[in-house]
Ligand binder design. Structure first.
Ligand SMILES: Cc1ncc(COP(=O)(O)O)c(C=O)c1O
Length: 429
């Protein structure tokens, strides 16, 4: 199925080939060379700032990124002036929920604002253990280990696990932190076509020992909003016995019973490693790895981002504990968000003829070229919507898009207005 509605890039993207933009650093003068030559201040600055050339290459590809000022995080209207924010990962609007704020304050009063060291030094507080136990109980795993962020969790667990296997297979659309984790482990990897268990099976059949393969997928894909074909994947795992890691950064809190994400509790033991972050639907910052007790011990001993970094800070842990209670007990907020998302996707298809891979609260409108996505985001912004243009390397080249991220603050009235604006934008692409 092709979801493009705009121009497609002439450059093809081979899912099995990892290609990054080729950047060339300008040659710096060797020691002794150039000495004594007079330089203007401008020339001197150019010489000292070789990254400028790389920045101009990035800009030439329409991939230049700049920061948008957000006055108050998590406030969908006030965040960007009078603009409706549809770019946030605060899917349940918990980041400013006073119950979390109070819990953070209480944890700060009890434990302080910092954890004072890594977990293996002075930073192993009772609140770390309390949250880990709550996570393991919620996810249905033997144990859990907290990490500073989802990025660090992937870096830590994937680099550590990749040294225990012969090969690593990633879904083609896996997040950069997953790719970086394999690289930190010093391993090469192969990609299988996105959400294509048939292609994964082919790769497994070609592996010398499929039980010594690490397979990494996401639960809900961050830029496509589609969901992993879990049943097929678990059937393959039962057949081949590979190690399976599911990063459910965007499913946690939103999908599944009690917000457990895409893996139901009765199937938790069929997944070797579950990754979740506190920085998205749970409204805070930090992450967890839910797994067996022995894997947790292994990570405590070898995962570099765990060993060599300060332990997560108590206020965030207090807030995460409270967020966890809320997502477990308040299924209404979750179902409201998912039904608004289903309604929006259907209107997009019916009214605008735009089909999207999404099956969740993340709804991309894939436009193709970077310039199209940038122009579309500008036009939405002018009409009062903050929607990000997502470009390479976050998405494959030629698949630039608008990423519409719905939250519990997204009302149908706002979205109906967005659809009217999108109609003009998409129609002219
Ligand atoms: C799939 C996935 N994993 C991990 C991360 C990183 O999580 P964090 O923002 O907590 O570092 C992201 C962030 O967007 C993500 O999309």
């Amino acid at each position: 199925m092709c979801y493009f509605i705009g121009l497609r890039s002439a450059r093809s993207t081979d899912p099995r080939q990892e290609k990054g933009p080729v950047t060339q650093f300008p040659a710096l003068p060797r020691a002794g060379e150039d000495c004594g030559k007079e330089r203007t201040a401008e020339q001197e600055r150019e010489r000292m700032e070789p990254w400028k050339m790389i920045l101009s290459e990035i800009a030439a590809r329409d991939e230049y990124r700049s920061l948008t000022r957000i006055a108050v995080a998590g406030d969908s209207v006030a965040a960007c002036g009078e603009v409706v924010d549809l770019s946030s990962n605060d899917y349940l609007c918990l980041s400013r929920d006073q119950r979390l704020v109070e819990a953070a304050i209480a944890a700060a009063r009890r434990f302080g604002v910092g954890s004072t060291g890594s977990r293996l030094m002075s930073g192993n507080l009772d609140i770390h253990r309390e949250l880990e136990e709550a996570i393991a109980q919620w996810k249905g795993t033997e144990a859990a280990l907290l990490m500073g962020s989802g990025y660090l969790a992937n870096l830590g667990v994937i680099s550590a696990l990749s040294t225990t296997v012969d090969q690593v297979f990633l879904d083609r659309l896996c997040h950069a932190s997953i790719v970086d984790g394999v690289r930190l482990g010093g391993r090469r990897f192969r990609r299988f076509r996105h959400n294509d268990p048939g292609h994964l099976e082919e790769l497994l059949q070609g592996a010398k020992d499929p039980s010594r393969v690490l397979v990494v997928v996401e639960g809900v894909y961050s830029m496509d909003g589609d969901v992993v074909p879990l049943n097929e994947l678990l059937a393959l795992r039962a057949r081949f016995g590979f190690i399976l890691l599911i990063d459910d950064a965007h499913g946690i809190g939103v999908m599944g019973r009690e917000g457990r994400g895409v893996v139901a509790v009765n199937r938790a033991c069929e997944v070797d490693v579950h990754i979740g972050t506190f920085g998205k639907a749970l409204g805070c910052y930090g992450a967890f790895i839910a797994c067996s007790s022995s894997l947790r011990e292994f990570l405590v001993n070898v995962a570099r981002p765990f060993i060599f970094s300060t332990a997560p800070a108590p206020p965030l842990l207090g807030a995460a504990l409270r967020a966890l209670e809320i997502v477990r007990s308040e299924s209404g907020i979750r179902s409201r968000l998912l039904s608004t998302a289903a309604w929006f996707r259907q209107r997009l298809r019916q009214d605008l003829g735009v089909s999207t891979p999404s099956r969740s609260h993340i709804v991309p409108v894939i436009l193709g070229e970077n310039a199209l996505a940038l122009e579309a985001a500008d036009r939405l912004r002018a009409a009062g919507f903050h929607v990000k243009a997502i470009r390479p390397p976050t998405v494959p080249r030629g698949e630039a898009r608008l990423r519409i991220s719905l939250t519990t603050a997204s009302s149908r009235e706002q979205l109906a207005r967005l659809l009217r604006v999108l109609q003009g934008v998409v129609g002219s692409c």
